[in-house]
Design a protein. Structure first.
Length: 573
């Protein structure tokens, strides 16, 4: 988030991509998609049973954390192969900040999915109703016992909610994670953490944990900022010292050991993090979006060692060499060719889109892809590459919302609540704005933050959960199959050992002579996570030639597909 707040809409000619040759999608044709866009979202929140309102803890002082939360996670809490929903709440300020005028905090909540798009609140009987000042959440089976656990980032000590038969308990202290390392004269202090990732960093078959640090903030350190010279506004992070990100290597027994990431404590202010094997060696790298600081790319050097190479790789800055205010992040391979990294930024800063080149560097592609102009005004938090219309090409969902409730009074053309955007992926590497076709419920202005995705009603297409800052979570069901049925294949991976969901596996699908690629990942978006099962759209094709899997240990397997429109569970040979 920008500190000065003095800029308006940036001149597009000044912040655009470096001129490049005509569109190139790594071998894809330049033809438009053969199928008409037919996805339409319906706000099913009331009917779904998801009754959740995010609490900011605000009491008139406009402390920085109030405007940042919070996240959502779609995962299988009870092992019934149906998605459940965990929603992070905030509002529980540090004990030393207690004041009589503060409102009571809310609690995090868990909703059990029924598989038909509806949910039951099971918070009370699962031990998940915790009052914390929460930020983000990820899910994975961290201890290898067959059920998915949760890691919740917070303003104070993080939570590792270990799942034992559907009941969760915080084991962060015992596991050696989640404790503050901010040493001052009065001793260690908790750290404000945001994005997190579970993955096998050192390829030893045990899950490791990356945790992004934001800024050094306490109520005593809150800085006064004003947009009109009189009234306090939300202060932005440029005025605070950054916190280090941390890497914890799993020991295989549910405990962790912290190892250095090689980045100074003031180098970054992470809000989003994502995983990808950029160099094709089978080891996952971490890309992280920093708020007003250069973005990170942690190259995996093996054995749990990482090197931060964001600047030399060309991922750190915008086309003018400036660090943007990065929020959410995602990465994908549209068309099965070059990896593309998307980062949501502050109002007045277009969405960043970086394409990986054969030499390992990145080039800017937002203007070239058609994303720069429509994303220049909104303030973007959650975002994800998803095949929303199941036509075989990845689309881009973007969730927006400002941080300042009074921005409409102070800045012409800006608003606190903002509509989400949907860009349809094309074979020529460009993205087409199809927001108007996605339905009024999709584009309704909201103070958007987190974005999670998964098939909530069992019809094969991807539904969405959006979180709002200080307002209700929103369940958006995708009615594509009612409008224009499309074929699909969903794939879930299973393997023995400590990485049971095969996080880090690369899945390739060939159908109709086209290649699609997915990677099983935690995290991405903004403070949120979608389901680990991956979805491939097939359009009108009902035949898949082959599915290939490169498993996390390097093992490769090929699988015949006898029928589509189903979920295929594949096990490592």
């Amino acid at each position: 988030m920008r500190a000065s707040w003095s800029f308006g809409l940036l001149l597009l000619t000044a912040c655009g991509d470096t001129p490049v040759s005509p569109p190139d999608a790594g071998g894809a044709t330049g033809d438009p998609p053969a199928l008409a866009f037919a996805a339409r979202f319906e706000d099913a929140t009331a009917a779904s049973g998801v009754d959740f309102v995010h609490h900011t803890g605000g009491f008139g002082e406009k402390w920085l954390p109030e405007t940042m939360g919070a996240g959502a996670c779609l995962f299988d809490a009870d092992g019934d192969d149906v998605l459940d929903l965990f929603l992070v709440d905030s509002g529980a300020w540090p004990a030393g900040a207690a004041r009589s005028q503060m409102p009571p905090p809310g609690v995090c909540r868990l909703f059990r999915g029924r598989g038909d798009g509806t949910f039951e609140d099971v918070t009370d009987r699962t031990g998940t109703g915790l009052a914390v000042y929460g930020m983000g959440v990820i899910a994975a089976d961290h201890d290898g016992d067959g059920d998915e656990d949760l890691y919740v980032t917070t303003l104070e000590d993080d939570l590792l909610l270990q799942n034992d038969g559907g009941v969760f308990r915080d084991v962060a202290a015992r596991a050696g994670v989640g404790r503050g390392r901010w040493n001052e004269a009065d001793g260690p202090r908790p750290e404000w953490t945001t994005a997190a990732l579970w993955f096998d960093a050192d390829r030893d078959d045990h899950l490791d944990l990356f945790v992004g640090g934001y800024v050094r903030w306490t109520p005593e350190r809150e800085i006064f900022t004003s947009l009109d010279g009189v009234t306090k506004a939300f202060t932005t992070p440029e005025r605070y010292t950054g916190l280090p990100s941390r890497l914890y290597l799993g020991n295989g027994d549910g405990t962790y050991e912290e190892v250095p990431l090689g980045v100074g404590s003031e180098a970054g202010k992470v809000l989003g993090a994502t995983l990808w094997d950029f160099d094709g060696d089978g080891a996952l790298e971490v890309a992280a979006a920093n708020d007003t600081r250069p973005n990170f790319l942690f190259a995996n050097r093996g054995g749990g060692r990482f090197e931060e190479i964001g600047e030399q790789a060309g991922l750190a800055y915008d086309p003018n060499g400036r660090a943007r205010a990065g929020m959410g992040i995602d990465v994908a391979e549209p068309g099965g060719a070059s990896a593309m990294v998307a980062i949501g930024n502050f109002a007045g800063e277009p969405l960043s889109l970086y394409e990986r080149l054969p030499d390992g560097g990145f080039r800017h592609r937002a203007a070239h892809s058609g994303l720069q102009v429509p994303t220049s005004l909104p303030l973007t938090f959650g975002l994800a590459f998803l095949d929303i219309d199941l036509d075989g090409w990845l689309d881009l969902v973007v969730v927006n919302g400002h941080i300042e409730p009074e921005i409409a009074r102070l800045r012409s053309g800006e608003s606190h609540a903002q509509g989400a955007l949907l860009f349809r992926g094309r074979p020529d590497g460009r993205f087409e704005d199809v927001t108007a076709s996605a339905g009024a419920d999709f584009a309704r202005p909201r103070v958007g933050r987190g974005l999670a995705w998964g098939d909530l009603d069992g019809d094969g297409d991807l539904d969405l959960v959006l979180t709002q800052n200080g307002a209700s979570a929103v369940v958006l069901l995708n009615r594509l199959q009612d409008e224009a049925p499309r074929h699909w294949l969903r794939i879930a991976l299973r393997q023995p050992g400590g990485n049971r969901a095969a996080i880090g596996a690369r899945i390739e699908l060939e159908s109709g002579g086209r290649l699609q690629v997915r990677t099983v990942r935690t995290g991405s978006s903004y403070l949120s996570q979608g389901e680990l099962t991956v979805t491939f759209g097939l359009g009108e094709l009902d035949v898949v030639e082959v599915v290939r899997v490169r498993w996390p240990d390097g093992t490769r397997s090929e699988h015949a597909v006898e029928a589509v429109d189903r979920t295929l569970v594949l096990s490592r040979p």
